[in-house]
Design a protein around this ligand. Sequence first.
Ligand code: G3I
Length: 341
Amino acid sequence: EVKIDHLLKDAGKDFFLIGMAGDLPARYSAEELALAAEHFAAITPENCMKPERLHPQENQWQFERADALVEWARQNQMTIHGHTLVWHAQTPGWFFEGDDKEVIKQRMKEHIHTLVGRYKGQLQSWDVVNEAIDDRGGPQAAKTENLRNSKWLQALGPEFLTLAFQYAHEADPTAVLYYNDYNIESGSKHESSMVLLRRLLADGAPIHAVGIQGHWRSGSVPFKEIEKAITDYASLGLKVSITELDVTIRGASGGQFGGGFNRRGFRSATPPSLEDLKQQADDYAQLFAIFKKHQDVIERVTFWGLNDRRTWRWGQHPLLFDAGNHPKPAYVAIVDELENR
Ligand code: G3I
């Protein structure tokens, strides 16, 4: 049994915010809501601010769950990071209908202005563009931005990123604006991210920070690359957050998209071994040692979920609390690392 004597959010306080993702409070138990508010200082809406959920038709907005999250976070003094404005996935087709560049630009603008404007001053920051770089890399691709062939790229060209940042900045000039992506710490995708960020800065795009998502695997976390990526982004004058942290346990079986609602899968999860949990705790401690070392650059470290039931990596036990809300060895390892004990 793991006992907590120091709270994670307090241990992190002098360095950076420590957050979690979730679409709270609906469908969360009272115990889970209390856990979230007790241990985390920041929240990212996991799904409820994505275009598909919020803006299914051009003239239809569904703000109920997003409004509820913002109100719950306010009551619990949690900082909110918005996710996500422009993405290739979970974006309804009406945005791109008609193939008229000006019309599509206008739709993007209206989407961003309405959403960012609604929560102006209430959200600290936004993932403005999510996952725009292609996964297929290589030495040639590494010299270029290697943008994903998304509908946004097809409709507006590479300028779509600059426009998105401009619109977000117009709607809330004080919000910290992020480019957010996965695997951008590694290999040619990292090189491409540097090419892209340099271009956005040269274009005068109001971009302030980079989100390294941080979906990693226990036993093979790329620590060196992560640290280099943090210093590379800092060298461009950008802040960095770890926006979607989870460290899955290798070999554990489970669904990729549990999402927290797949109770059928929940019953068949293989429990992790003690060695697995120890390795995971070591991985997390080593990560937080790096984050602490670069505390001047790191704004926030957010876990992608609340517990091992409320995670898209369901069955792979990636988070700090188990499915029954008990703290895991990783929790204490991180607190000890942050407090130098
Ligand atoms: O809400 C419905 C529910 O009513 C229904 O019973 C259930 C049946 O499968 O589906 C539920 O919706 C799912 C939702 O997760 C909540 O579980 C969607 O189908 C599923 O597509 C959605 O997956 C989300 C995924 O993004 C796609 O949007 C994950 O929860 C979410 O964790 C994941 O997060 C992404 C980040 O936004 C970007 N970076 C990668 C990260 C992980 O994929």
